[in-house]
Design a binder for this molecule. Structure first.
Ligand code: MIC
Ligand code: SF4
Length: 644
């Protein structure tokens, strides 16, 4: 049979050879963006000077910045709408739902390649697509018809056997994967699901698993396309888009992880990492102040029907607040028609917009020191909007039990497990998905005052002289640490000078000021531990430091998307040849690189000199020839414009 990931990748290769670890360029069939990364992606697409996207399908979704506290977000929405109309992109209006839920329902297709400017793009892997999260610039280039480059990943077969017990659900499967391999266990890998257990999982359940596979650092996750996929597409009135992609067998994989679904118990990821997984039973009795149900991980119709059924006839605990955000307008309409919404409201739930909302700190922030229980995929420090809050990640079933009983408890206390019958038909109404304009030449791009022009990109100089260590951080620093999100900062995504004032705000608020001071004297650098830049795809985590004069980042290792984003904006990603050297560097040390340009041009070793302490550090940079050229030119935009 063969691995399906390998098969789809091979079908799409346009450059390079399929060999684990080697760079390949693949043709991209579909792209998707959301508003928080989209404004930058489309500014970059505009800078490429093309008339129209060259993909089979490109979709722009508005779902992140929907808390409109002033003109900024609605101005950005109008900008995105006008760009979509002009350049041949479908536009999912605010209110239509969360990017990955909408894409799964309406656009995702087995056998296709998709890249999206959001790290949870692999959700579409639930329908047998190769769906990869990337920086906005990579998506812009793909919209322009350029290949997407990646290192050929190792393919890990995740063999599922058995069947989930009552009150154990898809979320527990991915939490189990995280418990086993952690938040960097998937780096450089694709997680491909197979085995008899997959037949017990519907597409939305598979999508919960592929969605949160992002938290392992995996390039993507994928399920085969089978009769269950066909059923799902049929419900979405897209049966004609089904193709069969049979599952692989043991021999097809470089590594195998086996999970017996029958043995799983409800699990929880404790603060402040999705990899911090323990059995729910360890937390029984802990008071819960807030419960939030939704996000691209757990907001499908199946999840929402389960939640509504469990809440029916019950009331939430007086000390716990419950917020629910269904994943799409389609889900919300169905709940509304079939009475599920009434059950939620009657139980005391606060109904939130169908958008990312609390997952990204866009409203519904928990109280001081709260224990907040979420069906989401990330619980990084401060992400909820309240720095002192303790966020736990769970399944919808566990979340409902916490809301009813006001504490972590066994969801089996809710009685017989509801067997959710999925409807045989559902109302499909795409009226909030706008088609591109018939006469694109007549469409005027609408730019509000919040949209600042792109910065100048500078080529790498001969030497880095006077570069100062601005910050030294530990392992697993997330892009939420580097470039926080939340209700105040997210609206600045299209305004680089303004958003740069918030870089590393949670870690060291003096960072932007100090960086700007050093910018005049040779610029700065950041020292990182393992897995630096894990989490989101936000390229602002590279762009904003670049704007503040950061020249290079020296770490023990990088997370994939962030490393690519650094390259895309001309920041050199270096790693220690000997990770013990990490300990020898102090804040404010001056680290120089003589002949950096020459070394990059000739693919030679880069030696960093610690001028302050007087010693040398050997580094490595794992850049392809193409990536070295990108860094030398000052980033991918200059490189792409120069080479077209
Ligand atoms: C996230 O979940 O962190 C986000 C917000 O969706 C990001 C994208 C962004 O920062 O805009 C992601 O996952 O890539
Ligand atoms: Fe939105 Fe949260 Fe999903 Fe990111 S993880 S796309 S913020 S719902």
């Amino acid at each position: 049979m063969g691995s399906i990931a390998k098969k789809i990748l091979e079908e799409h290769i346009v450059e390079g050879k399929y060999e684990v670890g080697e760079e390949i360029g693949i043709r991209i069939d579909q792209t998707v963006t959301q508003d928080a990364t989209g404004t930058m992606a489309y500014l970059q697409f505009e800078a490429m000077g093309l008339d129209k996207v060259k993909t089979e399908l490109s979709v722009s979704v508005v779902d992140h910045n929907t808390l409109q506290t002033d003109f900024k977000n609605p101005d950005d929405h109008r900008y995105l709408q006008s760009v979509a109309a002009k350049y041949g992109i479908k536009f999912s209006r605010p209110g239509n739902g969360i990017i990955h839920q909408v894409f799964l329902e309406r656009f995702s297709r087995p056998g296709k390649t998709l890249i999206g400017s959001d790290s949870h793009t692999p959700t579409a892997g639930g329908t047998g697509a190769i769906a990869i999260g990337a920086g906005g610039l990579d998506v812009a280039v793909a919209m322009g018809g350029g290949p997407f480059y990646l290192k050929t990943p190792t393919i890990v077969g995740v063999k599922l056997t058995g069947e989930l017990k009552d009150y154990v659900s898809a979320k527990d499967v991915i939490l189990e994967v995280l418990r086993r391999i952690g938040v960097k266990g998937g780096v450089g890998k694709i997680l491909e699901y197979y085995g008899p257990g997959i037949k017990t999982l519907s597409v939305p359940e598979r999508a919960t698993i592929t969605n949160m596979g992002a938290e392992t650092g995996a390039t993507t996750s994928i399920f085969p396309s089978d009769e269950i996929t066909k059923e799902f597409l049929k419900l979405q009135d897209r049966e004609d888009q089904w193709v069969e992609i049979p599952e692989g067998t043991n021999e097809d994989f470089d590594e195998i992880i086996e999970i017996n679904l029958s043995e799983l118990e409800p699990l929880v990821a404790k603060p402040h990492s999705p990899g911090n997984v323990v059995p729910l039973s360890e937390l029984y009795g802990t008071t819960v102040d807030q419960v939030a149900i939704g996000s691209c991980t757990n907001s499908s119709l199946k999840d929402m029907l389960t939640v509504a059924t469990l809440l029916k006839g019950r009331k939430i605990h007086q000390n716990t607040v419950l917020g629910i955000s269904p994943g799409s307008r389609q889900v919300l309409m169905h709940l509304s028609k079939t009475g599920g919404l009434t059950d939620m409201i009657s139980a005391g739930a606060r109904l939130l917009e169908t958008a990312c909302g609390p997952c990204i700190g866009m409203g519904f922030a928990p109280k001081t020191n709260a224990t907040t229980v979420r069906t989401f995929n990330r619980n990084f420090l401060g992400r909820s909007g309240t720095k002192s809050a303790q966020a736990y990640l769970v399944s919808p079933e566990v979340a409902v039990a916490a809301a009813i009983f006001g504490e972590f408890t066994d969801p089996r206390k809710l009685g017989d497990y509801p067997k959710i019958e999925m409807p045989s038909s559902i109302e499909i109404d795409d009226s909030l998905i706008l088609e591109p304009a018939d006469k694109p030449e007549e469409v005027e791009i609408m730019r509000g005052p919040n949209i600042a022009p792109l910065p100048e990109f500078q080529p790498v100089p001969e030497d880095f002289i006077g570069t100062k260590v601005l910050l030294k951080v530990e392992d697993n620093i997330t892009t939420d640490h580097i470039m926080p999100a939340g209700a105040e900062i997210l609206p600045l995504r299209s305004n680089l000078p303004k958003i740069s004032e918030h870089v590393f705000e949670q870690v060291d608020p003096s960072f932007p000021k100090r960086a700007l001071e050093s910018k005049e004297n040779g610029g700065g650098l950041i020292i990182g531990g393992e897995n630096y830049g894990q989490g989101s795809s936000r390229e602002h985590a590279a762009l904003a430091p670049m704007y503040l004069g950061v020249k290079f980042v020296l770490t023990k290792s990088f997370a994939r998307i962030h490393r690519d984003n650094l390259v895309n904006f001309g920041i050199l990603p270096l790693t220690f040849s000997n990770s013990a050297d990490y300990d020898k560097i102090n804040d404010n040390d001056v680290l120089e690189i003589k002949g950096v340009r020459n070394a990059l041009e000739n693919n030679e070793k880069i030696i960093v000199r610690n001028v302050t302490q007087g010693f040398e550090i050997e580094t490595t940079y794992d850049l392809s020839e193409r990536e070295r050229q990108i860094v030398l030119t000052g980033g991918k935009l200059s490189y792409t414009v120069a080479s077209t």
